[in-house]
Design a protein around this ligand. Structure first.
Ligand SMILES: [Zn+2]
Length: 316
């Protein structure tokens, strides 16, 4: 599955005179390395084929950035289902169906806190059951390094679920919705994708605002291509942010790998000579990923476009 460590692995494959064919939708291959990897992407990406000395990862980075992993918890009185949404796909992770809650109280399901002599007994069942659900949820959050949760259920059920969730999990809830009782994965995907899109657009706005404000104040952030490239060279980039459609050619030092958009004769760091590169932003993103930086690809922002289409939050 596509994730940041995979992206990092791809970035590291460049160099040594190997040629890579990156074909989007889905294939990256290199004949000399016997390397072939397919990515089944369910989302529309621009069809393009790129032959270069490194894997062309920008579209993958864009997808990772725009479509992080979302966990959907759908609950009703009798059951709770956990889904994972990633890259436009949904898969069910686990389903918890209420065990036999004793006697007539079965009707109430595991949220019903009824009076009577069974109360303690039922409380046990309910809390045990919810504990299992929360445990699964926590496992899934860790396994998928996900930090966004969507809750689905009736108003009443959602209130009860929220009551039982620990704050650390509650903080990750980004939206709620009310699915039909028998909604399958496909319906749930359809209902949640627009919530996700809205959330992501807002998030992108915040990222760009934060970047530009910090860059203006000189607070560990830079905007504009050359400043970003200098900081990548110095290993200072923690979070690289650029516009999805940003594309430019440039130059790379044959000796130390310095990237620049300026045509200069000799490398200011090592006096090496430069070669032309077709995908400057992609190379910059690869270097940043190699250094452990995260990437945010912004789908649309006039503010960021005005700032040169690219910026970075710095480590130090
Ligand atoms: Zn150099």
């Amino acid at each position: 599955m596509l994730n940041y460590s995979e992206l990092k692995q791809l970035s590291a494959l460049g160099g040594n005179g190997n040629m890579f064919v990156s074909l989007y939708l889905n294939v990256i291959s290199s004949a000399p390395l016997g390397f072939w990897r397919e990515y089944n992407l369910s989302l529309p990406v621009k069809n393009e084929i790129v032959v270069d000395s490194t894997p062309y990862i920008k579209p993958l980075a864009a997808l990772l950035s725009s479509y992080p992993r979302y966990i959907v918890l759908v609950a009703d009185k009798e059951s709770a289902r956990l889904f994972l949404i990633h890259l436009g796909r949904i898969e069910i992770y686990t389903e918890h169906v209420t065990p036999d809650i004793p006697g007539k109280h079965k009707k109430g399901g595991w949220f019903a806190l009824e009076q009577g002599r069974y109360e303690r007994h039922i409380d046990f069942h309910i809390s045990q059951h919810m504990k299992d659900v929360i445990k699964s949820l926590e496992e899934l959050l860790i396994r998928e390094s996900a930090d966004r949760i969507i809750l689905g259920g009736s108003e009443e059920t959602l209130a009860k679920v929220k009551n039982m969730l620990p704050h650390t999990i509650l903080d990750k809830v980004i939206a709620t919705f009310h699915p039909e009782k028998m909604s399958g994965g496909k319906d749930i995907l359809n209902e949640t994708l627009c919530l996700i899109e809205g959330f992501e657009r807002n998030k992108e706005k915040e990222i760009v605002e934060d970047l530009i404000t910090r860059a203006m104040k000189g607070n560990m952030a830079v905007i504009g291509l050359e400043d970003v490239l200098t900081n990548i060279r110095n290993g200072k980039v923690m979070n690289l942010i650029f516009l999805k459609d940003l594309s430019t050619t440039g130059f790379k030092c044959k000796n130390c790998g310095l990237l620049t958009s300026h045509a200069i004769k000799a490398c200011p760091y090592c006096s090496g000579t430069f070669e032309d590169v077709n995908y400057l932003i992609d190379l910059a993103a690869q270097k940043a990923v190699e250094q452990g930086a995260t990437i945010d690809v912004i789908s649309d922002s006039t503010e960021l476009a005005r700032a040169g289409g690219i910026g970075a939050i710095l480590r130090f």
